[in-house]
Design a protein around this ligand. Structure first.
Ligand SMILES: Nc1ncnc2c1ncn2[C@@H]1O[C@H](COP(=O)(O)OP(=O)(O)OP(=O)(O)O)[C@@H](O)[C@H]1O
Ligand SMILES: [Mg+2]
Length: 873
């Protein structure tokens, strides 16, 4: 089979319908490929996967972890050590770098692999038309996107991501987002016309359907698509979490860079020492580095994500777990989140509010023909509910239809009836959208709106139904166009033009052209037939889940396209305190702060609300599942959707739930707060003790004519701390941590580090006093050993006590215990000599223990008095 790259662009028509031409060239047909053909083509063309989406290889991942700022500084320090032939120091540094890089890339690899496996679960599928064999008729079925081959005939609907390059065969009301590919920010209309202009008839892999439906034939797949790889994983700006971690890292890197020169100069000035102090200065700088920071962060987040995966909640981007723990406002849609999304018809009334079957009859005509003529991959639940309840609409034949579009909020069908006026435009949609297009006086409009409000106030969804009739198909087509794209004013303003046309038509009729007489009064917009109401039962878990979220310090706001009265009633029934109901159109920042329900939202309104809330300083989560939720999903701090959401929404989301269920959101919030809590505890403890040690070492280095610790000892203690601190990734979170939104704030952490770092340094200096007084006789090695032991013991103490809870998880308890044991036993072991350690007299141990106990007691007292250790960061 010939399959020129992007056949649709390359190929010029040579007579006949170009759509069939395209099908013929692709050796396919309107009924699709046979399964056997598809299988052969899959072998020939390969899977439909864009190369840029392939996983990262091991060596590349390792190389990437070397690019981390800490690693770079460590390596630089290693090079300096090697230059001065301080091989021990250089060796330890290389060991540290290797260990942290290996642990990190291994952690990231595992995290990626598990998220990739989970992502498979939510991978996109596409509806394809294929035949079991040559004789059999076509069947439509869902297949994974990567099994698509050139020549496949596929169906697309609102919210679908275009899975390959395609040529349209049929389209209704189709508009497409292709911003990522061509930069056009507005959705672009597309048509399936024969002899199309430009690229009207082509869709490219990676674009997405904004509205309408289509059938299309695949022209290129995988790496052969026009924009293969161009729109890689959408370049998101670094999240708040990444920025916080980077902020803290860079502060430390700067401090690390100034320590060695400062230490050298001070030593030279005070003690007249030269380069021989360099190994010590380097060791001190290394002592400040939290080498394990990336490892602990990745592990803590990956562990949270793995636990959530057990409950069917998939975190697509690890930092999103922190973000979901930080949200203080959760915006949700109404349908399916608060209600069950199983609407059932409850009534049909005329414009005056009295029962009247006409509204239902015309609504059913609209539903039937929009479903049939636009053939969406999944039918709209409202349309299905209407058809379930409606009587047979009689002899009506559909000609054209425009499916529902969440921006215009209506659907439109053009039908032919047996009645006098042969052609009828049938419109149904949101009350305000339809009333806007009806020909009525302001008083009538207000009365009708009032009727609708009363119906909505009972909690029902209300759809308005309107028609316009014509005797000529051309006029009817124009009316349908106006009904869909224009407003009442437009319809009226073009009346004059069409009256002229009518006259022309009459003239033509007289000339025997066959056009029937034209009545201008048909064209003044639509005539309101009435309203249909549908009830959608409340979701049974929603009420409890809302209460739980409120208890966690999360304000829930409902952003819906529906009528304000319906939404307000649903919220009240669920026990959500409705502070104010705002209309998306009339939003001021104050109204936004107070509103619980924001109704009549278009997709762009939802995004605007989320952006405004973020600008007001909130961390905003957004839960939704429709294509109308995508814009908001993309601007929220965390986008959340159920697995059943449409492609574009699932693609934009950070967290995918097994079902649309607020309880699962709560689980994600808790997991996020746990992981963040552990990361904060790690940062606070690791950094404050590092800072404390560095201050103490620099001070001692200046106060004493000899080094307070040998460089090798500084490095050894650093390795011990690093190993022990890995346990923070597995710590238990304090109950207080789970009560409020929790986020990583660099300022809070830096304040904590400085405060407790200084305290730690003071304790070290007290130890010096004890040591100079108590162990001086035993000489420098004893002094070094004393301080080494004290450092390991105080590190064990702070690991246990500098946390927001006194309860200790097993890994942490073991790690702290191990540190203490190493501190006490290493100087007694055969290895002692290697590190320049010696056995201390029993009395010195007693003194050291006294200092440690006093320190621990002090920490407990501070915590009780000020609660400073609580994770309020
Ligand atoms: N198939 C349909 N045909 C005609 N009108 C519809 C159809 N579906 C929805 N509408 C109308 O358009 C309005 C907006 O719909 P949209 O899908 O944007 O929001 P929603 O589903 O009501 O709310 P949410 O965002 O909470 O899910 C609906 O309230 C309804 O009045
Ligand atoms: Mg919806």
């Amino acid at each position: 089979m010939v399959c020129p790259r992007n056949i649709g662009v390359a190929w010029a028509p040579e007579g006949g319908d170009t759509r069939f031409g395209a099908l013929r060239l692709l050796e396919s047909g309107p009924r699709g490929l046979t399964e056997a053909q598809a299988e052969r083509r899959l072998l020939a063309h390969g899977e439909n996967v864009v190369p840029a989406h392939r996983p990262v290889s091991w060596p590349r991942r390792l190389a990437r972890s070397l690019r981390d700022p800490f690693t770079m500084v460590l390596l630089a320090l290693g090079v300096v050590s090697a230059l001065i032939a301080s091989w021990g120091t250089a060796g330890v540094i290389v060991l540290l770098v290797a260990a942290s890089c290996l642990l990190r890339s291994n952690g990231e690899h595992r995290a990626d692999r598990s998220t990739a496996a989970l992502r498979e679960l939510v991978a996109s599928t596409v509806t394809v038309r294929r035949r079991p064999d040559e004789e059999a008729g076509p069947r439509e079925r869902e297949i994974p996107v990567d099994e698509l081959v050139p020549g496949d005939v596929i169906k697309l609907g609102p919210g679908d991501v275009v899975p390959a390059d395609v040529r349209l065969l049929r389209a209704s009301g189709l508009t497409v987002h292709q911003a990522a590919l061509t930069g056009e920010s507005e959705p672009v209309p597309k048509q399936a016309h024969d002899l199309p202009e430009g690229t009207d008839h082509l869709l490219w892999q990676g674009s997405s359907v904004a509205s309408g439906t289509a059938t299309a034939v695949v022209t290129a797949t995988g790496a052969a698509t026009l924009y293969a790889g161009a729109q890689q994983a959408p370049a998101r700006k670094p999240s708040a979490f990444d920025r916080s971690v980077n902020g803290i890292s860079w502060i430390l890197v700067r401090v690390m860079l100034v320590i060695p020169p400062v230490a050298l100069v001070a030593n030279a000035l005070l003690h007249g020492k030269g380069l021989e102090a360099l190994p010590f200065a380097v060791a001190v700088a290394v002592g400040l580095t939290p080498e394990m920071l990336p490892v602990v962060v990745t592990t803590a987040l990956a562990r949270g994500a793995a636990l959530l995966a057990g409950d069917g909640v998939i975190v697509k981007r690890l930092p999103a777990l922190h973000d979901v723990g930080a949200i203080d406002v959760l915006c949700v849609d109404k349908t399916g989140t608060l209600t069950q999304d199983r609407p059932v018809l409850s009534g049909s009334v005329g414009p005056d509010g009295r029962a009247d079957p006409a509204a239902l009859r015309w609504a059913a005509v609209n539903s039937f023909w929009t479903l049939h003529l636009t053939d969406p991959p999944t039918p709209d639940p409202l349309d299905e509910a209407i058809l379930d309840a409606a009587p047979d609409p009689g002899d009506v034949e559909g000609l054209r239809a425009t499916p529902f579009d969440p921006t215009r909020k209506l659907s439109c069908a053009l039908v032919r009836t047996d009645e006098a006026a042969a052609y009828v435009v049938v419109v149904k949609g949101a009350v305000e959208a339809v009333l806007d297009r009806c020909a009525m006086s302001e008083a009538e409009r207000a009365r009708a709106a009032e009727v609708a409000r009363a119906l909505a106030g009972a909690g029902a969804r209300v759809l308005a139904v309107a028609t316009a009739e014509s005797t000529t198909v051309r006029t009817a087509e124009r009316m349908a166009e106006h009904a869909v794209s224009g407003t009442a004013e437009e319809a009226v303003s073009s009346t004059a033009e069409r009256m002229l046309e009518g006259r022309a038509g009459r003239a033509a009729g007289r000339a025997g052209e066959g056009t029937r007489d034209h009545r201008p009064d048909e064209e003044r917009g639509l005539r309101l037939v009435g309203f249909v109401t549908l009830v959608d039962a409340l979701s049974p878990e929603a009420a409890d889940a809302l209460a739980v979220l409120a208890g966690r310090g999360i304000a829930v706001k409902v952003l819906t396209g529906d009528h304000p009265a319906t939404a307000a009633r649903v919220c009240r029934d669920l026990g959500l305190k409705v502070e104010a109901v705002a209309d998306a159109a009339s939003l001021t920042p104050r109204a936004l702060e107070r509103a619980t329900v924001i109704a009549r939202c278009t997709p762009e309104d939802k995004a605007r609300v989320v952006t405004a809330l973020r600008e007001a300083g909130h961390t905003v989560g957004f839960l939704g599942d429709g294509s109308n939720d995508r814009p908001a999903m993309r601007v929220a701090d965390v986008g959340i959707c159920p697995r059943s959401a449409v492609d574009v929404t699932r693609e934009a989301a950070d967290i995918v739930l097994a079902a649309k269920d607020l309880t699962a959101v709560d689980q994600a919030v808790l997991a996020g707060r746990r992981s963040t809590g552990n990361i904060i505890t790690y940062l606070r403890i690791a950094l404050s003790s590092n800072v404390g040690n560095v201050i103490a070492m620099l001070a001692a280095g200046l106060a004493f004519p000899f080094l307070p610790m040998l460089p090798i000892q500084v490095l050894l203690q650093n390795v011990c701390f690093d190993a022990a601190q890995l346990s923070f990734a597995f710590d238990r979170a304090a109950p207080a941590t789970l009560r409020r939104p929790l986020r990583l704030r660099p300022n809070g952490i830096v304040r904590f580090i400085v405060g407790f770092g200084v305290l730690n340094a003071l304790v070290d200096l007290a130890t010096f006093a004890v040591l100079t007084w108590g162990v001086r006789a035993a000489g420098r090695p004893a002094f070094h050993t004393g301080w080494f032991i004290e450092n390991l013991l105080t590190q064990a103490v702070v690991m246990l006590l500098l946390r927001p809870t006194i309860q200790v998880s097993r890994p942490l308890g073991l790690a702290a215990g191990a540190l203490a044991v190493v501190g006490l036993l290493l100087p007694l072991s055969p290895l002692a000599g290697v590190f320049g350690l010696v056995a201390l007299p029993a009395a010195s141990h007693a003194w050291l223990l006294l200092v440690v106990v006093l320190y621990g007691g002090g920490l407990l007292a501070i915590n009780r008095r000020t609660g400073w250790i609580a994770e309020r960061s």
